[in-house]
Write a protein that binds this ligand. Structure first.
Ligand code: NG1
Ligand code: MG
Length: 415
């Protein structure tokens, strides 16, 4: 059963009532532009056909009662529950959605049923799909009148409450995607542009066989890179004599002509404390992470990280041009370069992801790369239509996990 029908059926069988609204939010995959969003630099993701659906009805109880087809533990949370304190991970997203809507729910609770055909902890954004679907269903059921921009902004805020220092790409593409197109997203200043995909191309995603969990060591590794790239931005701004207000991001210096050259003059390693002192800014501007403790004296490979981020942002521009020109070979080369940079400079690949990318390329993909944060999870490949079965077969043989075709699909909607 598709997720929308399954969520509605689960709602009826659990609560013996009709849902007031059913919302569907797709997962997403990032074609190129990895670890750029939290630097204020562009990304090129698309929404996929696999999705999470949420059926909702308001209740008078001041309680969030939730059931899920995929997760065994039902939720029974007071409306003001602290998302970070929920022991069951999927409950955090229910509490976080209610927390960001706050007084808009007028103290009323909700009954919620969830069904999904997105693999969790994969880099396909199952967490953001759940958050966006939940907010859209609550919007319709409570008549809140949120527009798409508010939906994406509330979803990003909710995910931060649930513990991920997210850059905002996932929630935005899930809210705004159009079928048949990639969505180029810029952050400094904010902008969005659909980039239609040529009909003769196919996309394949494949699991590396290792989960990409959002907790523990993987989250620390992600957050370390967030801080390290802020350190690089502060040092580069200092070298360029540029004033940055607030948190320094590589996006603030990327447009300055000399920046790519000066990257090679960054120290190979630096710590947040040393960089803050050198740039004459308070340490708190670099270390503002909501989740987890961060060691301000940790020596981080800031030069290699910055080299990846600035080169990756340029690859996003070139990839948009390649898609618009219908140049599959050029796009493939950019994807290969992105993977090499993530492996060698950003150090977020794994041997399983490297082997998967190699196997898909050998099987006829024009290009392949890890997608999402890395440290496990999925890879994406692009190929000429007709070759997708060969790429899927090679991926499944190399990594043993699920591999399937994905097509650029519409964003979140009501059922
Ligand atoms: P994944 O690993 O797919 O959840 C994460 C971030 C993105 C982006 C990518 C790296 C969250 C919810 N998402 O994606 O915003 O920074 O890593 O490009 O943290
Ligand atoms: Mg995610």
């Amino acid at each position: 059963m598709d997720p929308a029908a399954a969520a509605a059926a689960l709602f009826r069988s659990t609560f013996a009532a009709e849902p007031a609204a059913v919302a569907i939010a797709p997962g997403r995959v990032n074609l190129i532009g990895e670890h750029t969003d939290y630097n204020g630099l562009p990304v090129l993701p698309f929404a996929i056909g696999q999705s999470t659906a949420v059926a909702v009805a308001p209740s008078g109880a001041g309680l969030l009662e939730g059931v899920s087809r995929e997760f065994p533990e039902p939720a029974r949370l007071p409306l003001g529950a602290d998302p970070a304190a929920c022991p069951e991970p999927w409950h955090r997203y229910l509490a976080a959605a209610a927390a960001v809507l706050g007084p808009r729910l007028s103290g009323r609770g909700a009954r919620i049923a969830v069904a999904s055909d997105l693999p969790p902890a994969s880099g396909l954004s199952s967490s953001s799909a759940l958050t966006v679907a939940l907010l859209l269903a609550l919007d319709a059921a409570f008549g809140l009148g949120l527009d798409r921009a508010a939906l994406a902004a509330f979803a990003a805020q909710a995910e931060r409450l649930a513990g991920a220092e997210t850059g905002g790409m996932d929630q935005q593409v899930i809210a705004f995607a159009e079928a048949g197109a990639l969505l180029r997203i810029d952050f400094l200043p904010p902008a969005m542009r659909p980039v239609p995909v040529p009909a003769g191309w196919a996309f394949v995603v494949a699991s590396s066989g290792q989960p990409a969990p959002k907790g523990g060591a993987a989250r620390d590794a992600y957050n370390e890179r967030v801080v390290a790239t802020r350190i690089a931005a502060a040092l580069l701004a200092d070298m360029l004599g540029a004033e940055i207000e607030g948190t320094p991001l590589l996006g603030h210096v990327a447009a300055i002509d000399a920046a790519p050259v000066l990257v090679d003059e960054l120290p190979a390693r630096s710590s947040a404390r040393k960089a803050a002192a050198a740039a004459g800014i308070p340490l708190e501007r670099l270390v503002t992470l909501a989740a987890g403790a961060f060691d301000p004296d940790a020596q981080l490979p800031v030069r290699a990280y910055a080299r990846h981020v600035l080169a990756e942002a340029e690859r996003v521009d070139l990839a948009c041009a390649a898609v618009e020109a219908g140049d599959l070979a050029a796009l493939g080369e950019l994807m290969a370069a992105s993977h090499a940079s993530l492996r060698d400079d950003y150090r977020c690949s794994t041997p399983a992801l490297d082997a998967l990318v190699k196997a898909m390329t050998r099987a006829g993909a024009a290009g392949a790369r890890l997608t999402g944060a890395g440290f496990g999870g999925f890879a994406i490949a692009v190929c000429e239509r007709g070759r997708e079965q060969a790429v899927i077969g090679a991926a499944a043989a190399a990594a043993g996990g699920p591999a399937f075709e994905v097509a650029p699909s519409a964003g979140a909607r009501l059922a």
